[in-house]
Design a protein around this ligand. Structure first.
Ligand SMILES: [Zn+2]
Length: 165
């Protein structure tokens, strides 16, 4: 089956860090800054055609006034993801070949297994075949328990979306 990945890109306000990390793992290009001025968020949104995700009502109103694509959310990440699936033409999928680094939003490449033998704990090395490397910050990832939790999250979100239709 041909899988469809969305081209939707996000810029995310500084209150929504855990959401930004999740969206990156799901493969969405998601800009996030710990400290950024509202004006800068709005110009990134405008210039790069990104969807602004914000929990700041005033910022959301400004974005609406300027005809930018913005979504207001103040719920849990799970509820926000349900909202995104309903409002945008996107699907949640987890394929580490498409994932972005949760820390810096860069793309990941498959890492030669031998190269990281000294980098990761021995049991992790022995229990995993595939390792991924962030091309920007050099952090190494593998399909550990965190990824399984993300897959459970996708299932819950999809059930909620299906039930609300
Ligand atoms: Zn990185």
């Amino acid at each position: 089956m041909q899988r469809r990945y969305s081209n939707v890109k996000f810029v995310i306000d500084s209150m929504l860090g855990t959401l930004a990390r999740k969206l990156r793992i799901f493969g969405f290009d998601s800009l996030y800054y710990n400290h950024i001025e509202d004006n800068d968020l709005l110009s990134i949104c405008r210039e790069e055609g990104r969807v602004l995700l914000t929990s700041d009502k005033e910022l959301f109103k400004r974005a609406m006034k300027e005809n930018l694509r913005a979504i207001f959310t103040e719920g849990r990440d799970e509820d926000t993801l349900v909202k995104l699936l309903k409002l945008l033409d996107i699907r949640l999928e987890l394929d580490m070949n498409r994932s972005r680094c949760p820390l810096c939003n860069s793309t990941l490449i498959i890492n030669e297994r031998e190269d990281i033998k000294e980098v990761v704990p021995k049991n992790v090395y022995n229990n995993n075949k595939l390792f991924y490397l962030c091309v920007n910050c050099n952090k190494v990832y593998w399909e550990g328990s965190h990824i399984r939790k993300m897959q459970e999250l996708i299932k819950r979100v999809n059930v909620k979306v299906a039930n609300s239709r």
